[in-house]
Unconditional design. Structure first.
Length: 438
């Protein structure tokens, strides 16, 4: 295999990247980004790698979540605090119910780009550039030109976000993150048990470790990612986030994204969907982790409810055959997208997403492997109406009340909390069943 550099990806075919019309401006922007301070430290990336290895062994459980695509307009203190609190609270719930410590990873401080099916789309009879996220172009039609200067805006919004979140965590009390609101869950058949758990969580004397979090985003725009790659000792790290992942549309074995990812030392995620062939998965893992480093690779499966057993079983078999350690995570949202019949809104059913998680747990149990965590698109906003179902009974007619997302729909606060309790309850049931068999 040829020598790797942060720029060696340029020799490979690249998918899903914005092409800049003004090359000189793009060069100027990327040069500036290459000189700006990193957002995270290499030691933090290594700490997360250790935590992911523990999750892969079943010693921890990963809660990863956040916006489908962050928006610059949401870089506000109240929204950021609410978003972080939700992920931390989901972690606290799982820890309390199962007794297993969690790893909290936020899709935040850099998740400003999104893959699209086509580079252009037709809006009101006019062909315009597809919206690829705020660090590429604007959502409004007049702002659809791909603009490299938005990469700088994305960096500074990420910096402001991370600065606020770090200062919040350093100054807040752990009790701030245990004040879980379950008023919207009163219709749940498990409400009494949930209320008991919440009272117990609030009564605990939690340490500051419940407020630890890591950041992550999909590393799609490789010129940006290259500019934010730094050499630390004899290794290279993408220091825009603790973890970066390869999307299901950019994981070609001979592609630019795999070439970039193979050389960075961050823990990395790989989205694996129905189109992934077993031999392709083996080859991908060999390229990304030839030294078989534990905690290096997180496989993020995304199949859709009802499709897990046939697909995951074969992928687990392929991973076992190649002998490379991985941490398994279930992305329970991206395989469950639907369009509401009555109003054509993009949406998801909470029940479908939770069902995919439960199916993943069952398959891993059957195959003797370990589900190390879950990956959801969520918002801490209580009034958002983007996903159907949950015990609050979100209907298609209700979607129009507060549908905020520019891209994919997210669980709102109560749907997210409900999902955390459901998953934790199933984990506890599995644990009790395992003990009973001994």
């Amino acid at each position: 295999m040829s020598a790797w550099t942060p720029a060696s990806w340029k020799s490979k075919p690249a998918c899903q990247m914005a092409e800049w019309e003004d090359k000189a401006l793009a060069t100027k922007v990327l040069d500036k980004l290459g000189k700006l301070p990193p957002l995270v430290q290499a030691s933090e990336c290594e700490k997360l790698k250790q935590r992911l290895a523990e999750a892969g062994r079943g010693e921890r459980f990963i809660i990863q979540g956040g916006d489908c695509a962050e928006r610059f307009i949401d870089c506000e203190a109240d929204r950021l605090e609410t978003q972080l609190k939700l992920i931390l609270q989901m972690g606290v719930i799982v820890e309390h119910v199962t007794g297993k410590p969690t790893v909290r990873i936020c899709r935040i401080a850099g998740q400003y780009g999104k893959p699209r099916s086509k580079p252009t789309e037709v809006v009101d009879g006019k062909e315009v550039m597809s919206f690829k996220g705020d660090n590429i172009n604007g959502f409004e039609i007049k702002d659809r030109k791909w603009d490299p200067e938005r990469l700088l805006q994305g960096y500074f919004h990420s910096t402001a976000t991370l600065n606020f979140l770090r200062s919040y965590v350093s100054s807040a009390e752990p009790a701030d993150c245990t004040n879980i609101d379950i008023n919207a869950l009163r219709a749940s058949k498990d409400y009494a048990e949930i209320a008991t758990d919440v009272r117990a969580i609030r009564a605990k004397d939690s340490g500051k470790d419940v407020m630890d979090f890591f950041t992550a985003h999909e590393a799609m725009q490789l010129d940006l990612e290259e500019a934010l790659t730094r050499k630390v000792g004899d290794k290279y790290y993408n220091l825009s986030a603790h973890l970066v992942w390869i999307g299901d549309r950019t994981r070609q074995v001979n592609g630019a994204h795999l070439e970039y990812f193979r050389g960075i030392s961050n823990p990395i995620g790989v989205k694996v969907g129905p189109s992934m062939k077993n031999d392709e998965l083996k080859e991908l893992l060999q390229i990304l982790n030839p030294t078989k480093e534990e905690g290096r690779i997180m496989i993020i499966t995304r199949y859709g409810a009802g499709k897990v057993e046939a697909m995951l079983t074969e992928h687990i078999k392929a991973v076992k055959e190649c002998g490379i350690p991985v941490t398994w995570q279930c992305d329970a949202v991206h395989g469950n997208g639907i369009v509401a019949e009555s109003n054509k809104y993009k949406t998801r059913r909470v029940e479908d997403c939770v069902q995919e998680i439960l199916e993943c747990m069952a398959v891993h149990k059957k195959c003797g492997s370990i589900l190390g965590g879950i990956h959801l698109e969520v918002t801490g906003q209580k009034t958002v109406t983007e996903c159907l179902g949950g015990c609050e009974g979100m209907t298609e007619a209700m979607l129009t009340k507060n549908y905020e997302t520019y891209c994919d729909p997210r669980f709102n606060y109560s749907q997210s909390i409900e999902a955390a309790f459901t998953v934790a309850g199933e984990m506890l049931h599995e644990r009790a069943a395992k003990r009973a068999r001994k």
